[in-house]
Write a protein that binds this ligand. Sequence first.
Ligand SMILES: Cc1cc2nc3c(=O)[nH]c(=O)nc-3n(C[C@H](O)[C@H](O)[C@H](O)COP(=O)(O)OP(=O)(O)OC[C@H]3O[C@@H](n4cnc5c(N)ncnc54)[C@H](O)[C@@H]3O)c2cc1C
Length: 384
Amino acid sequence: MIRDQETMNVLLDNVARFVRERLVPNEERVAETDEIPADIVDDMKALGLFGLTIPEQYGGLDLTMEEEVLVMFELGKTSPAFRSIIGTTVGIGSQGIVIDGTDEQKAKWLPKLASGATIASFALTEPESGSDAASLKTRAVRDGDHYVVNGTKRFITNAPQAGIFTLMARTNPDEPRASGISAFIVEADTPGISFGKRDRKMGQKGAHTCDVIFENCRVPAHNVIGGKEGVGFKTAMKVLDKGRIHIAAICVGVAQRVLDDALRYAMERKQFGQPIAEFQLIQAMLADSQTELYAARCMVLDAARKRDAGENVSTEASCAKLFASEMCGRVADRAVQIHGGAGYMADYGVERFYRDVRLFRIYEGTSQIQQIVIARNMMRAAAR
Ligand SMILES: Cc1cc2nc3c(=O)[nH]c(=O)nc-3n(C[C@H](O)[C@H](O)[C@H](O)COP(=O)(O)OP(=O)(O)OC[C@H]3O[C@@H](n4cnc5c(N)ncnc54)[C@H](O)[C@@H]3O)c2cc1C
């Protein structure tokens, strides 16, 4: 749902210009330094990028899902690390509070998130619990008006920068699966929290992950999201349904960028006396990429519109994330091929995207987990 087309066009123009003029020229610098310059983060704040999905009453833009994916199509046209710095605050780090938080929790945290003053991270994964997230072991034991948290969270995006975590921990040890889990807002400077070394990753330099370790960390009981124990896994799954559409939209944006670069190169590079774009085998790679990109874009928009209409989009979100992330990998692979030897060389940038996009098939549910979600939903629907 687009609430006001004119306002939306202005926002999309602003984001597209920002990507073109501020982010693209800094891609190599970020890849080399593994840092996003502070002045760029400040510009992101000024543009309102941290508040895209926060309700207007708390200072955000309150974008609908359709509006959000249109912005992500634009923001995707540069190194994914730039999206990552706002991504957890706009997405998985904040949406637990937006969707299920109490009025007090929203009033306390959302204005700080919307302005970018506080960065939010999402802490679900653990060393022994990844795809099987419901088996998580981090414990939160009630002690008066606090919970005492012990456990380790792994690969947490933006953890080194985070001001708060949306933390999933087990409050009921007798319930080993989802219904024993509660969601908490935890301030990063709470005593008992420490951080592992920054992970060294395949790509997305500038986006940081690390372990977050909780040792007898006392979290106020009023920080249980929604004030209710035992529903934290449901909150996490609602957050991830939305997050999957968001990631799928980013995949569309990145694939568009990489394909644009490959097309430009194919029209400039000459072999056998003509631009390589004239060769039908190159055209096949371009055309297959364009076709898949179009299909992914349509899926993402459809899933977003259905979510805006209040439908349950568990299947559509997984279909979109599965298809768009796999599509993005194929498009990046073909883009390297179209560049030939230059595609393997760092100076042309395409090998960086090839590495960067590999992550999309892994986090917020691997491709295999999306397939399982889709098939399970199909079987449930058939049984009804
Ligand atoms: C850069 C990065 C950033 C991340 N950021 C965050 C974050 O901010 N917050 C957070 O909580 N987590 C984060 N993660 C964790 C991420 O969500 C997990 O890595 C992912 O869910 C997979 O879990 P795993 O790594 O334990 O793999 P595993 O679950 O061990 O999976 C290994 C392989 O087995 C397959 N597999 C597992 N179960 C099945 C099954 N039932 N059927 C078929 N195949 C199966 C998987 O698809 C995969 O191919 C991040 C990860 C990375 C790499």
